[in-house]
Design a protein around this ligand. Sequence first.
Ligand SMILES: [Zn+2]
Length: 171
Amino acid sequence: MRKAAATRPKTAKASAVQASGQCVCGAVKLEIDVPARWAWHDHAAASRLAQGCAYVTYVGSYRSRLRVVEGGGSLSRFEDIEAGTTRSFCARCGTPVLYERTRSPTMVNIPRALFTERTGREPRYHMSLQDAPDWAYSGADLAPLKGYPGVMWERPRRKPRRKPDDWSDVV
Ligand SMILES: [Zn+2]
């Protein structure tokens, strides 16, 4: 006896679940089919400049699973031919929306922060970590800053005392 699932026609339909996102002014709205292909942290210098933050967390989606639902005409594009990248942002509010790389023509990357819903992928991968700036927060212990409710700070590290000539008590 055949299972019912085996008799269903295979069609290239959108998945039943979507994650929706938008720019800060709301002119551009988009959605992707969930689960996304993958999610990653991009520490590259170019992404840092383009986004104005220490690193960007992207959700990578197949282009065929992305739909710009509203405001496609509001997207401006910056193409870096030498780097082989195109970055699209909302011309009204400046929010970065799409990051495309010519070496991955079937994929499009969208900042994870634009989505309110889960995208079906945890960002477990780090790219271009060698470009990470020394001021980026990397999970060091934090403590409340006295007198400033809600402010946490990273205590300066104590430099280890050096004994340049006499290591006899160490070795
Ligand atoms: Zn906008």
